[in-house]
Design a protein around this ligand. Structure first.
Ligand code: ADP
Ligand code: MG
Length: 416
């Protein structure tokens, strides 16, 4: 995919040359696309020089002449691609891919987990390049704020998990009793990731959880949900569970007359049978359960009690995490697991979840409040409003929401 054109890290002396490339490339862009929609930004050379301090800049050269450049800014865990430009005369040589390879290599070597960028809808060639290079389109309103014209955000995961998508929700419309609640929701969750879905009350977070679990009273109107590439919506709820989807609901159900350990063994053995693995008898299971209970610091007396019956709010939530530990799901969706928890219970639940994080599975935390995310640090934060994801970002987004409140995103939802 890459070209043979050599690519090197730029030096401060290159600033003027880089500025010229950006100037030329932007002018070309503005001439070919919709100039009236673009403010052509032409960074002066000394500003470019300033950017050498923010993050590395790479250049590609043909016959000692710089013909292309890319610059990145390191965010906490992401590399933000600030600008990329290839002179018209050097296009078609695969230099764009070469530049992206260079920053990917840099990102992986320096422990970043994602590349991220904003672009405009008009940059069709650039979007095509990024998509060929494995970037995904991410729903985000920031790109629009950034450009003042319809924008697009794109990202690519770095490292070993590239391409290991676990859940893909595409333009999902769903509701209850004829009322549409989810209105075109898009979500992608990769293996090894923890995602937080935040949003004001009534935005549809629990509806999403229930639709994914296959709750019978919710109906899917249109759209697609892929789970490990399979159509999730075709599977019965129990089939989804056996395939490794775990759901902890906002209001856990009580199951009188069935002890917690019976319930857990049944669920565990169902899953084992489904995968052709050995089931455990009550004694063997008891040992297994004792080990798992340590993860949430749970007293074995809770094994004998009826599922959730008479459990306090905190005990119910802890029990949910125990269920999760026992079932070892591929995808766990925890709906408002933090609600009604005091700080100690919150910490225990969060520690439990953190212990269950691993490279092969993913966790989706649905939460109204930021506080849980102080203990379980998500890779991606999605903000829902009015049945859609209206904003996405890194863990910083949760703090920004805490500060600015949900009116900030509600505005974004109603203006489109
Ligand atoms: P969240 O979890 O984000 O607070 P919900 O998914 O619970 O949001 O609710 C989204 C919207 O769907 C709300 O307007 C709510 O009133 C409505 N809704 C949820 N459940 C039902 C139901 N069983 N019948 C009718 N409307 C419902
Ligand atoms: Mg809810």
């Amino acid at each position: 995919m890459s070209s043979d054109v050599p690519i090197r890290l730029a030096k401060v002396e290159d600033a003027r040359l880089i500025a010229n490339i950006l100037r030329e490339a932007f002018a070309e862009f503005a001439a070919n696309y919709t100039p009236e929609a673009m403010v052509v930004v032409t960074p002066p050379a000394d500003e470019i020089a300033g950017r050498f301090e923010e993050g590395p800049i790479w250049v590609a050269e043909i016959n000692d002449e710089i013909v292309a450049t890319v610059s990145v800014v390191p965010e906490t865990e992401w590399l933000y691609i600030r600008s990329m430009a290839v002179l018209p005369k050097a296009q078609g040589l695969g230099i764009g891919h070469g530049l992206l390879d260079a920053i990917e290599k840099y990102g992986i070597e320096n422990g970043f987990n994602r590349l991220f960028l904003y672009t405009t809808h008009f940059s069709t060639d650039a979007i095509r390049l990024y998509e060929k290079h494995g970037f995904r389109r991410v729903r985000d309103t920031s790109a629009e704020e950034w450009f003042g014209t319809p924008g697009l955000s794109m990202d690519k995961k770095l490292g070993k998990d590239i391409g290991k998508m676990l859940l893909e929700v595409k333009d999902l419309h769903a509701g209850i009793e004829g009322k549409e609640i989810l209105k075109g929701l898009n979500l992608q969750v990769g293996k090894g990731e923890v995602h937080a879905i935040m949003g004001p009350n009534g935005s549809g977070k629990s509806t999403l959880s229930k639709v994914l679990a296959g709750h019978p009273t919710y109906e899917v109107i249109s759209g697609e949900v892929l789970y490990e590439g399979r159509n999730l919506l075709e599977l019965e709820p129990d089939e989804r569970a056996r395939e490794g989807l775990f759901m902890a609901f906002q209001y856990p159900v009580e199951v009188p007359g069935v002890s917690n350990s019976q319930f857990l063994r049944l669920a565990y053995n169902e899953k084992m049978k489904h995968h052709g693995l050995e089931e455990l008898d009550p004694l063997e299971f008891n040992d297994y359960l004792k080990e798992k209970a340590k993860i949430v610091d749970m007293d074995p007396q809770f094994f004998k009690r009826s599922v959730n019956e008479g459990f306090s709010g905190g005990e119910k939530k802890r029990n949910e995490i125990l269920q999760m530990a026992v079932l070892e799901p591929k995808l766990a969706i925890l709906d408002e697991t933090d609600s009604g928890l005091d700080i100690d219970a919150l910490r225990i639940v969060a520690e439990g979840v953190n212990k269950l994080r691993n490279a092969e599975s993913a966790i989706v935390l649905v939460t109204h409040y930021q506080r849980l995310l102080n203990f379980i640090v998500p890779d991606v934060v999605h903000v829902m409003a009015n049945g859609k994801i209206v904003k996405e970002g890194g863990k910083e987004l949760a703090l920004e929401l805490e500060e600015k409140g949900y009116d900030w995103v509600k505005g974004a939802a109603s203006s489109r």
